[in-house]
Design a protein around this ligand. Structure first.
Ligand code: FES
Length: 104
C-alpha cells in the first residue's frame, strides 16, 4: 500500500529527507540513479543517517562510515560489518509532485 511521505520538491538532487512514520523513520534520497527509500536505521548501531555522505548509488553513515547501497540497502565497504543485515528498502513512486513509499 502506497503512503504519501513528502512533496517531490522536498527531496532535492543529491539530498535526503527523513520522515517520521508509523513504520519508523524513513530516509528518502534522490540521486542521478533515482529516488530511494530506506529505513533510517544503520545496521551497525541503529543510528540515523542524517548528514551522511550521498553518492549516486550509496549513502555513508555519518557515525562510523559504513556505506550502504541505496537500491538494496546492502553494506558495501568491508570494515568488519559485511555480515550485518542490509538496511530495509522500500519501493518509491512519484505522482503529481508527491513522493509515495510502499511499506507492504
Ligand atoms: S552507526 Fe552507522 S556505522 Fe556505526
Amino acid at each position: 500500500m502506497w503512503h504519501k511521505l513528502a512533496g517531490s520538491a522536498d527531496v532535492v538532487m543529491n539530498g535526503m529527507k527523513i520522515v517520521a512514520t508509523a513504520q519508523g523513520r524513513i530516509l528518502l534520497i534522490r540521486t542521478a540513479k533515482g529516488l530511494f527509500a530506506l529505513e533510517d536505521k544503520c545496521p551497525h548501531q541503529e543510528q540515523t543517517m542524517d548528514g551522511g555522505l550521498i553518492t549516486d548509488s550509496a549513502v555513508e553513515c555519518p557515525w562510523h562510515s559504513v556505506k550502504m547501497e541505496l537500491a538494496s540497502g546492502k553494506i558495501l565497504n568491508d570494515m568488519g560489518f559485511l555480515g550485518m543485515p542490509p538496511m530495509k528498502t522500500f519501493p518509491t513512486k512519484e505522482e503529481d509532485g508527491e513522493i509515495f513509499v510502499d511499506f507492504s
